[in-house]
Design a binder for this molecule. Structure first.
Ligand SMILES: [Zn+2]
Length: 107
């Protein structure tokens, strides 16, 4: 027994529904996942976290990248080429509809 018992947080959500749908998707792909904080989230004050075993982090990240719901929290706020400021969690510009691929590459 080495690091296999260690858990790592791979995603955070402000709704337990999103967190659980990610957990279900991960488990459908063979990654055992755990949702933490969904009880506290009933107050709407706590983020709901998805934890997985450390050794499966790489696999989980690839899966999560392909989940639209996960992008809610994985995309930071960004500035569109049209000049509009887009809030974190949106990959489409609210003003012109342009999509961002990699917000961090913005000049
Ligand atoms: Zn725009």
């Amino acid at each position: 027994m080495k690091s296999s018992d260690r858990l790592e947080k791979v995603a955070e959500f402000n709704s337990s529904i999103s967190a659980h749908s990610v957990r279900i998707l991960l488990e459908a792909n063979g990654v055992k996942a755990m949702v933490v904080g969904d009880v506290m989230n009933e107050t709407g004050l706590e983020l709901v976290s998805v934890y997985i075993h450390a050794e499966q982090v790489e696999t989980a990240r690839v899966i999560i990248r392909d989940i639209p719901a996960a992008s809610e929290v994985l995309i930071p706020s960004w500035v569109c080429s049209c000049g509009a400021e887009v809030d974190a969690g949106f990959h489409c510009c609210w003003s012109c509809g342009e999509e961002t691929e990699d917000p961090s590459s913005e000049e």
